[in-house]
Write a protein that binds this ligand. Sequence first.
Ligand SMILES: Nc1nc2c(ncn2[C@@H]2O[C@H](COP(=O)(O)OP(=O)(O)OP(=O)(O)O)[C@@H](O)[C@H]2O)c(=O)[nH]1
Ligand SMILES: C=C(OP(=O)(O)O)C(=O)O
Length: 222
Amino acid sequence: MSAADWTAVVPVKQLSTAKSRLRGAVADARHQELVLAMLRDTVTAIGACEQVADVMVVTDDPGVTSAMTGLGARVVPDPGGGLNAAMRFGADTVAGLSRPRAVLTGDLPALRPDELGAALLAAGRGRHFVADEAGSGTVLLAAAPGIALAPHFGVGSAAAHAASGAAALPGGWPGLRQDVDTAADLRAVLILGPGDHTCRLLRDVGLTAECDASRMTAGRPR
Ligand SMILES: Nc1nc2c(ncn2[C@@H]2O[C@H](COP(=O)(O)OP(=O)(O)OP(=O)(O)O)[C@@H](O)[C@H]2O)c(=O)[nH]1
Ligand SMILES: C=C(OP(=O)(O)O)C(=O)O
C-alpha cells in the first residue's frame, strides 16, 4: 500500500482503569499521567508519519478526549463491548471499508514515525499485523480497502491474527514493537528512548530516560 492515506485508529480505555499491569512502576498518584504521556507520544508519532492521513482515537475518557483533540486527532465515542469492538467501530464503521485502515495500541511511547511508515508501506492487500516485542501480542493491525479489520486483540493476539489469515510483517521496528504493559517494558522503553511527554514525566519522577533529541528523525513531531 503506497498511498499516504491511511486512517490510524487508536482505542483508549478509561484512564482510571488503564494499564493496570503497569501500576507500581511510578507512584500511584502519577500512574494516569504516565498512561496519558505514553498515549500523547504514540499519537504524536502516528500523526507525524508520512503515510497517515488522519488519526482517530476511540474513547469515552474526557481527559483523553481533550488531550487527543489538542494533538489534532479526531475523537469518537467508545461503542462499548471492549477493545475489539472499539477498533471495529473506529476502523470499519466510522472510517469505512473504502479506506486503508490501521489500528495501533496507545502504549507505544518509543514509536518513530519512520518505523510506522515502513510498516504501512510493507502492508499490501488484505490484512497485516505487527507483533509486539514479546512475540505474543499485537501492536498494529492493518486492513486494505474493502477488507474488514477483524481484530483479535487480547491474550495471544499475534497467533490469533495469524490464524485469522493476517500476515505478519517482519520488520525490526523496535519502537513500534515495544508496547508498555509492565514495569519491565517501561525499562526497555527508557533504553530505546521515549518521546517527549514520557521523557518529561519519567525525569520528573526521578527515572533516567534516553531523551535524546537526535531521535527526532525526519518526519518526527511537527
Ligand atoms: N476504547 C477502548 N479501548 C480499550 C479498551 N480496552 C483496552 N483498550 C485500549 O487498547 C489498547 C491495548 O490495551 P492493553 O495494552 O491491554 O491496555 P490496558 O487494557 O489499559 O492494560 P491492562 O489494564 O494492564 O490490561 C490500549 O490503548 C487500551 O487503552 C476498551 O474497552 N475500549
Ligand atoms: C491487547 C493486546 O495488548 P497486550 O497484550 O499488550 O495487552 C494485544 O497484544 O492483543
